[in-house]
Design a binder for this molecule. Structure first.
Ligand code: PMP
Length: 459
């Protein structure tokens, strides 16, 4: 694309440093400027229409034109556009949201702490877990168990928990983490190993690591019920039951990172419901407010809250909190989002739409480029390969994903390449005919990507 002088593309290219973008390539390519949204579609400033099959960043649960959220935000803006929650101050939207979240969450939660992004919720969880260990007179209990391919955010502490190479390369790390194998059966399962055997091997790895490191030095295990950005990795059978049993045995807290899974994505309200997980803490964001406002929350049970309450009481205050914690407009939008999800039965709808989507993707299993189709509820991924036997793509991992993604954009839909896997995570409101439209465009994209490989002499 040629970038016209003084255009919005030129200004963006000149002045805007984009996250998760190659800055040098951006100087050449410029931005794809998205101008407006309508349901599950967005439009660029050239008038091109795209199916947003990622709901933005796994997040716009209600699509891109829900007027009830606009009205809730407007009403709150007029009544009280900002207030904080320090020094015993409160307001209705935050109290209402805390009550709603604590009571709808699994695991006997006790309190909600509000933050503004998934990363902040994770950072807060780490800080409060360390604070709790100190409160309990166990200052050595600080290490955090995490999995390869995990995504927990990018702030200084959260990035250390994330298990993806680009988040660590050339960035310094400060959190003591212990890294476990990703529960990715298709990728990590050994030849001839059953799913149950794979689960048992991972459980053994976890227990051996805890014993070798010393359980008294390990504070918590952080995990996404379904790993999102690491490739939409659904756990093997029995995985979460095995993990929870071991954590209980060694008195290690379990933090469920529900930033993607929460609010219906996995076909039940939370990923914890889908996989029978009883966490001590939960991080929530994205679909919490349908991402119309930045918003996130950290829930904790009494096992976490009580010692930190006692410690803060000794000190005189809980020395943690953000200017935007429990922002009234964000909370009002989140309250309305949850009301809509409940009133419109969007969790059940997402489960039904997810089945339709995955059935359609499974129909493409015989395509020469499809290595695996995986998913649960309304979140799925298609692993692209050039060799089904060796489960490998082109010589450079991620190249086939990028090539296919570029064709997807030309074909009018947004997926997301995670190395060579293409992700699908559309708004919960998507309808059958829109999924059929998406599947047709995806099949065409796969055919074009294959033709491109053949043209380039790869197949
Ligand atoms: N946890 C999970 C599971 C996520 O998917 C993300 C974002 N993709 C985060 C944490 C971080 O959220 P944010 O980008 O809002 O900081």
């Amino acid at each position: 694309m040629t970038i016209r002088p003084n255009s919005i593309e030129a200004r963006d290219t000149a002045f805007h440093l984009h996250g998760y973008t190659n800055p040098a390539a951006h100087l050449e390519i410029g931005p794809l400027v998205i101008e407006r949204g309508d349901g599950v579609h967005v439009f660029d400033n050239q008038g091109n229409k795209y199916i947003e099959a990622m709901a933005g960043l796994w997040s716009a649960a209600l699509g891109f034109s829900e007027t009830r959220l606009v009205d809730a935000a407007t009403k709150q803006m007029k009544a009280l556009p900002y207030y904080h929650s320090f020094a015993h101050r409160g307001h209705t939207p935050a109290a209402e949201l805390a009550d709603t979240l604590v009571n709808m969450a699994p695991g006997n939660m006790s309190k909600a702490f509000f933050t503004n992004s998934g990363s902040e919720a994770i950072d807060t969880a780490i800080k409060l877990i360390w604070y709790r260990s100190n409160a309990l007179g166990k200052p050595e209990k600080k290490k955090i168990l995490v999995r390869n391919r995990a995504y927990h955010g990018v702030t200084v502490a959260a990035a250390a928990l994330t298990g993806l190479p680009a988040n660590h390369a050339s960035f310094d790390q400060i959190v003591p983490t212990l890294r476990l194998t990703c529960p990715h059966y298709w990728r990590e399962g050994l030849d001839g190993e059953t799913e149950e055997q794979f689960t048992n091997r991972l459980a053994e790895e976890l227990e051996n690591m805890i014993v070798a490191e010393g359980p008294e030095t390990i504070a918590a295990f952080f995990g996404e019920p379904v790993l999102g950005a690491g490739g939409v990795v659904t756990p093997p059978k029995g995985y979460w039951a095995a993990v929870q049993k071991i954590l209980k045995k060694y008195d290690i807290l379990l933090v469920a990172d529900e930033v993607i899974c929460g609010f219906g994505r996995t076909g039940q309200m939370f990923g914890c419901n889908t996989y029978d997980i009883t966490p001590d803490m939960m991080t929530l964001s994205k679909q919490l407010s349908s991402s119309y406002m930045p918003s996130s929350a950290l829930l904790m049970n009494e096992r976490v809250f009580e010692p930190l309450m006692n410690e803060a009481n000794k000190i005189g205050t809980l020395g943690h909190g953000y200017t935007g914690s429990g922002h009234p407009v964000a909370c009002a939008v989140a309250n309305e989002t949850i009301r809509i999800i409940r009133e419109d039965n969007l969790v059940e709808h997402a489960a039904a739409m997810g089945e339709h989507l995955r059935a359609g993707l499974n129909n493409l299993s015989d395509h020469p480029l499809v290595g695996e189709v995986r998913g649960v509820g309304l979140i799925a991924a298609v692993e692209l390969v050039t060799n089904k036997e060796t489960k490998t793509a082109l010589e450079k991992p991620g190249k086939l994903g990028l090539q296919t993604n570029a064709l997807a954009i030309e074909n009018g839909f947004f997926s997301r390449p995670m190395m060579d896997a293409m992700a699908f995570c559309p708004p919960l409101i998507i309808q059958t005919h829109e999924i059929d439209d998406l599947l047709g465009r995806f099949e065409k994209t796969l055919d074009q990507s294959l033709a491109q490989l053949q043209k380039d002499g790869h197949q």
